[in-house]
Design a protein around this ligand. Sequence first.
Ligand SMILES: [Zn+2]
Length: 71
Amino acid sequence: MPNPNENCLEGMVCPKCGSYGPFRIEISTIVIHGDDGVIDDPNDKHWDGHSFCGCCDCPYTGSVEDFSGDK
Ligand SMILES: [Zn+2]
């Protein structure tokens, strides 16, 4: 069965249970932050192959690279 992820999670699959997500991914982002909290989230988020990634369907955790499938 072809991997259905073709957008943000392109090619990603859990190497343990085969889930196609969603996954818990550690991201870095820039927000507009005032004294009382976040004022605006410009939605500019980044992760790479070394970012933490966890499966929501099983306890497996690793890096995004570990979830990159065989593409
Ligand atoms: Zn899994």
